[in-house]
Design a protein around this ligand. Structure first.
Ligand SMILES: [Cu+2]
Length: 474
């Protein structure tokens, strides 16, 4: 038995010497999402030592909802690896001693059976080492491929590896790492507490959550991606699946350049790009005007009801020639002016005669204007849109709510103990509709009741100010 350690040492030495090369040896700089390691700026290949660890840990999948994630490096997606075409990679996969499961890694950048899966199969408390040569430039998914494979992927075991071509990629101002994944929990979307994985739903492909970077709101509010007007942004976007393809779209932007399926072919002027499960794209765009740009899976219920929504906040000078915002609101009279001049006064839209009618009309206004963000029962979306149901913020000061609707709202607020730091745009609604929708909201979903009148709205409108929730008024 005494000889064993030296035998291991010998065989390890042989294993390494078989791969010994003249290349300079460097250790990979791995980053956690949404960060990407800087461009390599090497004009030669290297031997790159990568040390990655698999960790099983409970994290929030949504506000108040916990999930046992299985991870590469403690995050979902796992760490971003950036190497260069021609590099020889010595990959060390360690499985944390606290793990319950063995894990491995299949890197789509590998040429070889299983993409490294068999070679990297690692029990808890062990480390596996294998080597591969990066023959193809591109952006590649890696994932765990231990049985049941679907379950390991569904629990968050995926990430991206970028293989830069010789000569590197064209420089851009910002690079970010975003990865979509679908999740299956025993409770429904948003159901609080610890939620175990649901194999049955996973097999039926009935996702409860579709997420960017592993949790609802991972890229919202103060975690939004940022850029300045005039800058170019390159998003490395992967899709871990396990099941769903992504219709990736940035609301209010057009991709100047997309490396289709993260290959060499470039497409220009793309609105929405398809990312298969187990695939990726590199999408570039220049930001021209300031504001919030929302990233979505344009299979749109996933964005507004399952979490596939992130933000890019762009700051800088407005350019009204590129985007004016609303410049006018005029009455629309399809009959034409001749009809108007001979007719008796336009039939007035029927005004709500009482609170019940206000609520009836207000409900329609809500469905058309508020529901997309605040959701059908006013429950909001954790980390993105505050609840209007049983909202302490709303009930504390309904007059302030008039200001919110007509002037918009930005800055940090607390609603029912949850923090939000986002932007609600000013709603372009007539005073009557503002009065009706707020009356509807105040008398729905366990709010405290009351009414808002047209006169109250008109009075607040005269103020014409934006409230910013640092206490100041602008
Ligand atoms: Cu695994």
């Amino acid at each position: 038995m005494k000889a064993l350690p030296s035998i291991i040492a010998l065989s390890l030495a042989m294993a390494f010497s078989a791969h010994a090369s003249e290349l300079p040896v460097i250790e990979a700089n791995l980053t956690s999402p949404p960060l990407v390691p800087p461009p390599l700026e090497r004009d030669h290949p290297a031997k790159v030592v990568v040390k990655m660890e698999t960790v099983e840990k409970v994290m929030e999948i949504a506000d108040g909802v916990e999930y046992m994630f299985w991870t590469f490096g403690g995050t979902v997606p796992g760490q971003f690896l950036r190497i260069r075409e021609g590099d020889e990679v010595e990959f060390h996969l360690s499985n944390h001693p606290s793990s319950k499961m063995p894990h491995n890694i299949d890197l789509h950048a590998v040429n070889g059976p299983g993409g490294g899966a068999a070679a990297s199969f690692t029990a808890p408390g062990h480390t596996s080492i294998f080597n591969f040569k990066a023959l193809h430039p591109g952006l590649y998914v890696y994932h765990c491929a231990t049985a049941p494979v679907g379950m390991h992927i569904a629990n968050g075991m995926y990430g991206l590896v970028l293989v830069e071509p010789e000569g590197g990629l064209p420089p851009v101002d910002r690079e970010y790492y975003v990865m979509q994944g679908d999740f299956y929990t025993q409770g429904a979307y948003g159901e609080r507490g610890f939620q175990p994985f649901d194999m049955d739903k996973a097999i039926k492909e009935q996702a409860d959550y579709v997420l960017f970077n592993g949790s609802v709101g991972a890229l919202n509010g103060d975690k939004a991606l940022t850029a300045d007007v005039g800058e170019t942004v390159r998003l490395y976007v992967g899709n871990g699946g396990p099941n769903l393809a992504s219709s990736f779209h940035v609301i209010g932007e057009i991709f100047d350049k997309v490396n289709i399926e993260a290959g060499t072919a470039v497409n220009n002027n793309v609105q929405t790009t398809l990312i298969p499960a187990g695939g990726a794209v590199a999408a570039e765009f220049k930001v021209d005007v300031p504001g919030n740009y929302i990233m979505v899976d344009h299979s749109i219920f996933r964005a507004f009801n399952k979490g596939a929504l992130g933000m890019i906040t762009v700051e800088g000078e407005e350019d009204k020639t590129i985007y004016s915002g609303k410049v006018a609101e005029n009455v629309y009279l399809p009959e034409g002016s001749a009809v108007q001049s001979i007719s008796s006064p336009q039939p007035e839209r029927k005004r709500a005669a009482n609170k019940e009618e206000q609520m009836l009309y207000g409900k329609r206004v809500y469905e058309a204007n508020c529901q997309a963000c605040h959701q059908g029962s006013g429950e909001g979306i954790p980390g993105a849109f505050p609840p209007l149901a049983k909202s302490d913020f709303l009930n504390e000061d309904p007059i302030r709510a008039i200001d919110v609707v007509i002037h918009g709202l930005k800055g940090p607020i607390k609603v029912n103990g949850q923090s939000f730091d986002s932007i609600m745009p000013a709603m372009q609604l007539p005073d009557e509709e503002v009065a009706n929708v707020l009356t509807y909201v105040l008398n729905s979903w366990e709010n405290k009741g009351g009414t808002v009148s047209i006169e109250q709205v008109t009075e607040r409108r005269a103020d014409g100010e934006t409230i910013i929730m640092d206490g100041s008024v602008h």
